[in-house]
Design a protein around this ligand. Structure first.
Ligand code: DTR
Ligand code: ZN
Ligand code: ZN
Length: 313
């Protein structure tokens, strides 16, 4: 807003008038944002991935549903959240004859009639440690939750975070959770943000196109980075947002690609290797800590935090 003062006033008078006008102008300005999301340290996210890798290595090479590596992964995440002041709940269910577990973490405070939820599946396939699929999402959601605690963020809405079991068996854990909610409690979830594979080694930057407001929030973040995004097209019904969407809950999320090959046009805007899968180790034993693109993991972790702060304040 250009402040023009008619005539030539003295220096002090000019400043006083300018201050007065500035004050009145600020009075009409949009309310300042209460809080901006903190930067999420990709080193911290990768430290969680190192822990998940160690857990898989110590438990038969995977973190799959029904195997010891899955429960050990959940115990690791839960311990971090308990120490950070979250109210955690472990939800048990049975699938394919084995006990499965969801981990739900509520940040105390905020309007519990307006819940902003972020989630990722914590299980891997049996063939490998599942570091990109889906240690990447699980570690980013964990680090964003820990950032809420470190900053003692106190948003208007209530924050909830979740780590799902048995996604690889058909989104079993997240379906169990949604089905366990009463109609009233489903209505309290103002949005569910899903993060499944967000550090692919030959990454694309895909944004779910389900809820327009959530989609815009993520796209705004990447526009601010100067990073082009595409609409996520292969995932409808293929990850844990599916049952939330079926229940009428607004959903969104981020994805860096799986076995589909990157096109020449995509490589031109994102870098990486044309004609090669976004993740050549998808559902394979080579989905280890070496199977992560740090830039993609960093950008998506920060986009996650940005969306949580923007949608909850
Ligand atoms: N179903 C996920 C991987 C996956 C494949 N396409 C999409 C699209 C959006 C999210 C996830 C995915 C899995 O194997 O865990
Ligand atoms: Zn998978
Ligand atoms: Zn996955």
């Amino acid at each position: 807003m250009k402040l023009s003062v008619p005539g030539r006033a003295t220096g002090a008078a000019t400043l006083a008038i300018a201050a007065l006008l500035t004050t009145s102008a600020m009075a009409d300005a949009a309310p300042a944002r209460v809080a901006a999301a903190p930067d999420i340290s990709v080193a911290n996210v990768k430290a969680h991935l190192t822990q998940l890798q160690s857990i898989a290595t110590a438990n038969g090479g995977n973190r799959a549903h029904g195997r010891t590596g899955y429960k050990a992964s959940l115990d690791y995440v839960k311990a971090k959240l308990d120490a950070a002041g979250f109210t955690t709940t472990v939800q048990q269910f049975t699938s394919s004859g084995s006990t499965g577990y969801n981990l739900i973490a509520d940040w105390p405070g905020g309007d519990t009639n307006q819940v902003v939820m972020s989630g990722s599946h914590l299980d891997s396939v049996t063939s490998g440690p599942g570091i990109n699929d889906n240690g990447s999402g699980s570690a980013a959601v964990l680090e964003a939750a820990l950032a809420v605690s470190r900053t003692q963020y106190a948003p208007t809405k209530h924050l909830r975070f979740a780590w799902w079991g048995a996604e690889e068996l058909g989104m079993v854990g997240s379906r169990y959770y949604v089905n366990s909610l009463s109609t009233a409690n489903r209505a309290k979830i103002s949005g569910y943000l899903n993060f499944d594979m967000i550090g692919s080694p030959n990454p694309g930057y895909f944004v779910y196109d389900d809820d327009p407001a959530i989609e815009k929030t993520f796209k705004d973040y990447f526009t601010g980075l100067g990073v082009a995004t595409e609409i996520e097209t292969e995932g409808d019904g293929r990850s844990d947002h599916a049952y939330f969407k079926s229940a009428g809950i607004p959903v969104g999320g981020l994805f860096t690609g799986a076995s589909t090959r990157k096109t020449a046009a995509q490589a031109a805007k994102w870098g990486g290797t044309s004609g090669q899968a976004f993740d050549r180790c998808y559902h394979s034993s080579c989905d280890t800590t070496a199977n992560i693109n740090d830039t993609a993991l960093n950008r998506n972790s920060d986009a996650l935090a940005y969306a949580v702060w923007e949608l909850s304040e």
